[in-house]
Design a binder for this molecule. Structure first.
Ligand code: ADP
Ligand code: MG
Length: 678
């Protein structure tokens, strides 16, 4: 027998080894499920669920712990949640106000007791609860008899004891999600294709999916998670493998020469040992005709940009072009400014190319967004490409870059993971690491401040300003509309100019400013013509003003962990002690995960620690904006505990890569997902 998830699913699941076209579930809108109308669909969309497939893949963050089972006759004595087991005597459904329905079932057990159990908003249950059906429910005594929180109908299994608890959300409750998932599993659970070949003798994906939502115990839930993690890791490895199968040829670059010598002279500092080592590794790659595929990882502020520019200048020195691709227009602009500042004294021209700005693709160095990899963009002679914050691009863009041209590619990331893990996740991508920031850095001091004490935070900020330092104030993340965000930031800057920051020079930066205006604001702040920069998350990455020593983040609980870490990295870039003050509601008023996120930032500045915490917490709470955490390709994987799986996925993918099969659909979808997210 193959290792299925015994106990739960076998009774319900005919076990065809076949698979249906995956488009099937992708095309099914959640609104096709019973009881899902436009309003609920809209709320589901806020945490990234639009299709039945996405709903099925929305994993619980934990499970309820087991409760006592009591006889119905003893129910009066029980406190809190309990389980009862018996048979249905009768059931009926009736409408409540506001399109709600209530199904009540009279349940009797061997103790001679009977109780009326109530199920809200699950009208379809009325038909299933026929007289004599075995039933087990978990809940507690309430106003309408026994208020059911979770249940098992018909089978002798105990999933009700480990009912799933979904990522917290204000707009859709866990109970509601449970019903939806249950309905989706019943109707479509079987249609989720098994992507991996039968010879591997793995549990069926449909079973794993069922078990991750309704396991009989913790062990089964964990097995299911690992089974689903293996799927996504194989898909990822397949894409990574594709990246490596091009037999493209890149120009072999000669040794560093005169231009590089001058570059080292214009830098106001000596490169650190770590930067030098990275450069040596890059030089070895650039001498080859096999295109470089190297990951440069180093925490925020560790000094990756000067290394990136080194690689670009190596291309220029050899008569070729260099390109730097960033995930957002703002970031591209900021890189452009930094590079331009360093390149002008060297007599090297730099151009900017984004959706809005069409710079010349003939410049020696071109900085841009994914506009750079559009089909109509033809470089004169590209030899080195740098991809910043590569995890925000997803594998698809990496692929586009590798396929359409064959330059040497340096991928940069500020979300460091240990070398061994990086190797397994990115395939045989070579890794360089800047493990330590330039010497004189002091760790940023991070503190949480209750909203009612925000005036203390501004007092603190003014002390810095009065000492000749500069500051950032980050506006709350309101919703996905850039326009509304910009508006709110404008209002906040106005308010601060009249109140807390009266008498200081306050500038404003948001995504709706025209590029030229944005550049002007950045120039003013860089040259200390402004004391404070009030900004949206557009300053997340790339802004580099060492004299800025304090940052206030308003309503910090609305941001993602990785995002806060990036934001915080805007201070602490010079020798001065820097501070980051996270304003939020009181801990008691926050969701558990929001509280945990903020606390993680106070506890550590270590990017690796935070990446791990982020992966754990991300499963627990989705934030505004769906792709804030990076790691956008992984949903079920836990990096450290799943090391063995990553290795296994790599081996499986190596066997599969030349074959055609349903697994290729997963890899394709992964590519598409990644493109859609950019
Ligand atoms: P990252 O891109 O890794 O977040 P940056 O490249 O923006 O970091 O560097 C952060 C800051 O450190 C910048 O102000 C940069 O000029 C400075 N820096 C980089 N390398 C060194 C060095 N070797 N010594 C001193 N300062 C450095
Ligand atoms: Mg950077």
């Amino acid at each position: 027998m193959h290792p299925g998830f015994t106990g739960v699913v076998q009774a319900e699941w005919p076990r065809p080894r076949g698979w249906l076209p995956p488009q099937h579930l992708d095309a099914l809108d959640v609104q096709s499920l019973p009881g899902v109308g436009p309003s609920l669909a809209k709320r589901l969309r806020t945490f990234g669920i639009t299709t039945v497939r996405e709903l099925l893949l929305h994993a619980p963050r934990r499970y309820e712990s087991a409760v006592d089972q009591v006889a119905i006759s003893k129910l009066g004595e029980a406190e809190g949640e309990v389980a009862i087991e018996g048979r249905v005597v009768s059931a009926r459904a009736r409408p409540l106000r506001g399109r709600r329905t209530l199904v009540t079932a009279l349940i009797a057990d061997g103790s001679g007791g009977q109780i009326s159990a109530s199920f809200f908003n699950q009208p379809w249950l009325a038909e299933k609860l026929v007289s004599g059906t075995p039933i087990r429910v978990r809940g507690k005594l309430g106003r309408y008899g026994f208020d059911v929180k979770s249940y098992d109908i018909g089978e002798a299994k105990r999933t009700a004891d480990f009912a799933p608890v979904y990522p917290a959300s204000e707009s859709v409750s866990t109970i509601r999600l449970r019903e939806l998932v249950r309905a989706a599993l019943a109707q479509h659970g079987r249609s989720l294709p098994d992507a991996l070949p039968a010879e591997l003798d793995l549990a069926l994906r449909g079973d794993a999916l069922h078990a991750i939502h309704f396991p009989v115990d913790d062990t089964q839930a964990e097995e299911a998670r690992r089974r689903l993690a293996l799927d996504e890791l194989v898909a990822l490895q397949l894409v990574v493998a594709r990246l490596r199968t091009t037999d493209a040829v890149a120009p072999s670059l000669k040794e560093a020469g005169e231009l590089i010598g001058r570059y080292r002279e214009v830098l106001p500092f000596a490169l650190t040992e770590h930067q030098e080592r990275a450069i040596t590794e890059i030089d070895l790659d650039l001498a080859q005709t096999t295109p470089m595929q190297r990951l440069l990882q180093g925490d925020v502020g560790s000094g990756k940009t000067v290394v990136a520019l080194y690689a670009l200048l190596r291309a220029v020195e050899n008569g070729y072009q260099g390109a730097l691709m960033a995930p957002t227009a703002t970031l591209a602009e900021q890189h452009f400014l930094t590079l331009e500042r360093l390149c002008t004294p060297l007599g090297i021209d730099v151009a900017l190319l984004t959706g809005a700005v069409k710079g010349s693709v003939d410049a020696s160095i071109v900085v841009g967004t994914h506009a750079l990899i559009q089909p109509d963009v033809e470089f004169r002679d590209l030899a080195v490409a740098v991809v910043d914050e590569q995890h925000r691009f997803g594998v698809a863009q990496r692929q586009a870059l590798a396929e359409r041209r064959s330059p040497h590619v340096l991928h940069m990331t500020a979300t460091p993971i240990p070398r061994t893990l990086a190797l397994t996740i990115y395939g045989d991508l070579a890794v360089s690491e800047i493990a330590k920031p330039p010497a004189d850095r002091k760790p940023i001091v991070t503190a949480r401040v209750g909203a009612e004490r925000s005036s203390d935070a501004y007092n603190r900020l003014r002390v810095h300003l009065d000492a000749g330092r500069q500051a950032y104030v980050v506006c709350p993340l309101i919703e996905q509309s850039e326009t509304r965000l910009a508006r709110a930031a404008e209002e906040e800057a106005e308010r601060l100019r009249r109140a807390e920051l009266k008498g200081y020079r306050v500038g404003l930066l948001h995504g709706k400013l025209k590029p030229a205006d944005r550049r002007e604001v950045m120039r003013q702040f860089t040259e200390h013509e402004l004391d404070v920069l009030v900004a949206t998350t557009v300053i997340e990455v790339g802004v580099d003003v060492p004299n800025a020593t304090i940052m206030i983040v308003q309503e910090a609980d609305r941001f993602g962990l990785a995002q806060l870490h990036q934001l915080r990295g805007r201070v602490g870039r010079g020798g001065e002690q820097s501070y980051c003050l996270l304003i939020s509601r009181q801990a008691e008023e926050l969701t558990e995960t929001a509280d945990a996120r903020l606390q993680a930032l106070v506890d550590t500045t270590d990017g690796f620690e935070l990446a791990e915490r982020d992966l754990e917490l991300r499963r627990e709470g989705q934030l505004l904006g769906t792709r804030q955490s990076g790691w956008s390709d992984l949903r079920f994987t836990k990096l450290r505990p799943d090391r063995d799986l990553i290795e296994r996925a790599r081996a499986i993918a190596a066997d599969l890569r030349d074959e055609d099969g349903p697994w290729q659909d997963d890899a394709d979808r992964l590519s598409e997902d990644a493109t859609a997210g950019a």
